[in-house]
Design a protein around this ligand. Structure first.
Ligand code: AHR
Length: 511
């Protein structure tokens, strides 16, 4: 009996002190982590465009360039935003681009039926968006109206934005102040065609896609455009199966996937006042991304074994109740350390599937859902999610390093999640970066990292952490959460030892 008790005690003790371990083959790696997975999304929704990006040319209180906030542009430049999706979302399938070009005073209004029923005056249109992308240094990703538009409308939009020769649309573009085409590469063929984009069946949409895609070429000055099919919602694998089977692959460059981390669509919970249980539930939904990518990729592999077609996760992020007193149709929510953990873990998942996931867009950039920037009149703040995306951008276009992770469990009640999420890459200068997330809400985690194939002599790092998971940046205290120097990593020979505080995100640089 004594012996059994001793054994039990020993087992328990070893569990408490058991260590996370990672093996990284630092001299290997073949897939590139496409920088396009660091894309963002800007919809005509709430205060994303109006008040967020755009304050109008006549605004004398907020510094702007052609009506676009300079503070937002500067912040997004630092973030190295590779692409920006516009004008929706659900809004895109109600949007008629011709209403948003030409003299602003002559532009017709419309009603934004999806988001708050507000009047849209079309003052922010194609020129405003594409010129803004040039300011930010991001590639535009236009979402074409398939739900309520026409093939001709989409075809003429491409002719307007991309055609360098003489044509009715390129002539009109010149008359509206832009001679040179913008050469827009990324085009979404509708959005959520299974829902707000037309409530279509996958078979019907696949046929519609073929029709639209046919007339989307011919205007691109020999530059290939990248057409993205409206993809599945979370685990709708049938949708992906039908698209991959029915759409000829020479007409398809990407297939989308939308997955939001939401506890319950009828009971989402507060963005900033939440329990550990709600944190755990959100992380369960967020980490599901790994399984979703594996299963959608398996279907894609069956039809496209050479992985020519990209999986484009063009809407992802946490979705909570709107902040008290704000318009429910505007989807304005605060952003805490919970969202930083969600972002860090999701980006690690994307990295580790970089052979298939080659583009993604966080929803949404400013003032909507898991935003990286919040504005209030003249004020602007960067959210914890912003800081994670900035710390992580060292991985953009770097080579993914294969790693093997053995992680402790983070338990809540009877359920368990991995405590640690990790990914690693080597950039073109030969510098290696490791991004680590301690998902555990309560415990520090020690990680022993074995570095194989390369002899490193120095390690530096940055950490994002807060005392509480609920910590966030507010207009009263905009710097509450920001990255700081991380000193809990030491290298000795081929072993790197790291101690991470509970609920923290760390990026290490090894030379
Ligand atoms: O991002 C908010 C909305 O969520 C988008 O408009 C839509 O595509 C999705 O359902």
């Amino acid at each position: 009996m004594k012996k059994i008790l001793l054994l039990m005690l020993l087992l328990k003790t070893s569990a408490i002190f058991s260590q996370n371990s990672i093996v990284i083959n630092a001299d290997l790696g073949k897939d590139k982590i496409s920088k396009q997975i660091y894309g963002h999304f800007s919809e005509h929704l709430g205060r994303c465009i109006y008040g967020g990006f755009y304050v109008g040319e006549g605004n004398t209180k907020i510094a702007n360039t052609q009506g676009v906030r300079n503070d937002v542009v500067d912040a997004l430049k630092k973030l190295k935003v590779p692409n920006l999706r516009w004008p929706g979302g659900c809004f895109a399938d109600t949007y008629h681009w011709k209403d948003g070009v030409g003299p602003k005073k002559d532009r017709p209004t419309m009603v934004n039926t999806w988001w708050g029923g507000v009047t849209e005056d079309n003052s922010f249109g194609t020129h405003d968006f594409l010129n803004m992308c040039e300011l930010i240094g991001a590639e535009p990703y236009l979402s074409a109206n398939v739900g309520s538009g026409t093939v001709q409308e989409v075809s003429e939009w491409i002719q307007y934005t991309n055609f360098g020769g003489v044509s009715p649309m390129s002539k009109w573009r010149g008359e509206n102040g832009r001679e040179k085409p913008w050469d827009v590469k990324y085009w979404g063929v509708g959005n959520e065609a299974w829902g707000c984009g037309g409530n279509m069946t996958p078979e019907f949409y696949a046929n519609i896609y073929r029709q639209y895609a046919t007339f989307m070429t011919g205007w691109t000055n020999d530059k290939k455009i990248f057409r993205i099919a409206s993809g599945a919602s979370s685990s709708d694998y049938h949708w992906t199966e039908v698209l991959m089977r029915e759409i000829p692959h020479n007409m398809l460059e990407g297939v989308a996937l939308h997955h939001y981390s939401v506890i319950d669509w009828n009971k989402k919970g507060s963005a900033k006042d939440f329990s550990e249980e709600q944190y755990f539930q959100i992380m369960q939904r967020a980490l599901l991304m790994d399984e979703l990518i594996i299963k959608h990729s398996t279907i894609m592999d069956k039809y496209d074994p050479d992985k020519k077609i990209a999986l484009v996760v063009d809407e992802w992020g946490g979705w909570y109740d709107v902040e008290a007193g704000t318009n429910p149709g505007f989807l304005f929510q605060q952003n805490t350390m919970r969202d930083a953990i969600l972002a860090g873990a999701t980006l690690n998942i994307f990295h580790n599937h970089s052979d298939r996931v080659r583009m993604a867009n966080l929803a949404q950039t400013v003032n909507v859902l898991q935003a990286v920037i919040l504005t209030e009149g003249e004020k602007m703040l960067l959210t914890p999610t912003y800081h994670v995306m900035e710390m992580y951008n060292v991985h953009q276009d770097a080579t993914l390093l294969p790693l093997n992770l053995k992680t402790n469990e983070y338990a809540f009640g009877n359920e368990k999640l991995p405590a640690i999420s990790a990914s690693a890459s080597r950039d073109e200068k030969g510098v290696t970066h490791i991004s680590l997330v301690n998902i555990d809400a309560k415990n520090n985690q020690e990680i022993a990292i074995e570095l194989r194939g390369v002899r490193f002599t120095s390690v530096t790092g940055r950490i994002l952490n807060g005392e509480k998971l609920q910590d966030h940046n507010s207009f009263e205290s905009p710097q509450q959460i920001k990255p700081s120097v991380f000193k809990q990593a030491t290298i000795s020979g081929t072993t790197l030892k790291v101690t991470m505080p509970a609920h923290s995100v760390v990026v290490l640089e090894l030379k």
